[in-house]
Design a protein around this ligand. Structure first.
Ligand code: RIB
Ligand code: CA
Length: 316
């Protein structure tokens, strides 16, 4: 069994939160070295708090949680309270986290962790804007050989944008950071809207999670019920796409997904299409393939995995 050593970079967000719970449920396959947080769905003071609350919920108050960049590299911060609620994780009780916030800046944690690691040994899992990741790469280019792979959530091709007509939110918040990541030369697996919109948290699936009857599953249901209201109304679908957990699910069971090596470029200038991911799916340019673009997911297998792993919190 392959064991992955991860740093998860996130902006919780209900779907980030589910991704964290999925990752922390699977210590045999995933060694989470730390969780770094970034401004995105909600401002940084909330994303770092929300990540710590998920560590409390998962019984991992020992987890290293770091706060990172509170704004994008160039743009002003845009957030998504209309999707996630004012707390960022509406649908779950908000208290004061027991998991401490580490004093070290997230970027310095990423740099120091990678510098202390062997070549090609660390998997980065960014599921929010890429600001922390890009800042670490700019600050310490020597860390690049230490990165085994980057498994990220972001981008859109056939699905179109979710926060502008042509851009997915993580790409739109910080397109300049996303470009730095796509140009870094390390292996990248990209879970965009094309695949996350295939794994909808339908009412039936949420009810199966609720039937698990443990506190983590209950919290997940509360978050999913809130998170689903926006996209269900917007797309007329039964449930919200579980964007960020696709990255963790791929690490656990890559066979759930199908992807293709492509060139992916991010628009960083046009006011009309800023943050657009130009995915050269059919190889019509001579641009180098720099990522695997995921385009198909087995939704039933995805939820079987998620439900089986959330059930583990009941036997803890
Ligand atoms: O567009 C979806 C992405 O933006 C997800 O990562 C969600 O959490 C938000 O960050
Ligand atoms: Ca996210």
């Amino acid at each position: 069994m392959t064991r992955h050593s991860l740093i998860i970079d996130c902006d919780p967000g209900q779907d980030d939160a589910i991704a964290l719970l999925l990752a922390l449920s699977s210590p045999d396959e995933l060694e989470v070295l730390g969780i770094t947080t970034v401004a995105g769905n909600v401002p940084l003071d909330l994303t770092q708090r929300n990540a710590r609350l998920m560590c409390d919920l998962a019984g991992r108050e020992d987890m290293k949680v770091h706060a990172g960049c509170d704004r994008p590299l160039v743009r002003d911060l845009i957030t998504a309270e209309n999707v996630h609620g004012s707390t960022g994780i509406d649908g779950v009780e908000i208290g004061t986290p027991r998991t401490p916030l580490q004093p070290q800046h997230a970027v310095d944690f990423i740099v120091d962790t990678l510098r202390g690691a062997a070549n090609e040994s660390i998997t980065l899992v960014p599921v929010g804007p890429l600001t922390n990741i890009a800042t670490a790469m700019n600050q310490a280019p020597d860390i690049l050989p230490k990165i085994r792979q980057i498994v990220m959530m972001g981008g859109a091709m056939r699905e179109g944008g979710n926060h502008s007509p042509s851009a997915e939110f993580n790409m739109l918040v910080d397109p300049h950071a996303a470009k730095i990541m796509f140009d870094c030369g390390r292996p990248i697996v990209t879970m965009g809207l094309d695949v996350s919109h295939q794994v909808l948290a339908s009412r039936a699936r949420v009810e199966r999670i609720r039937a698990l009857g443990n506190p983590v599953a209950d919290a997940a249901c509360g978050m999913l019920n809130f998170f689903s209201r926006h996209d269900s109304k917007k797309y007329g679908a039964d449930g919200a796409p579980l964007h960020d957990p696709c990255t963790i699910a791929w690490l656990l069971r890559p066979e759930i997904f199908q992807g293709k090596h492509c060139n992916i470029e991010v628009e960083t200038d046009s006011p009309l299409t800023l943050g657009h991911t130009a995915v050269d799916f059919w190889g019509v340019t001579d641009r180098a393939e720099n990522a695997v673009w995921m385009f198909k997911a087995d939704a039933d297998a995805f939820y079987e995995l998620l439900i089986e792993r959330l059930a583990r919190y009941g036997s803890a």
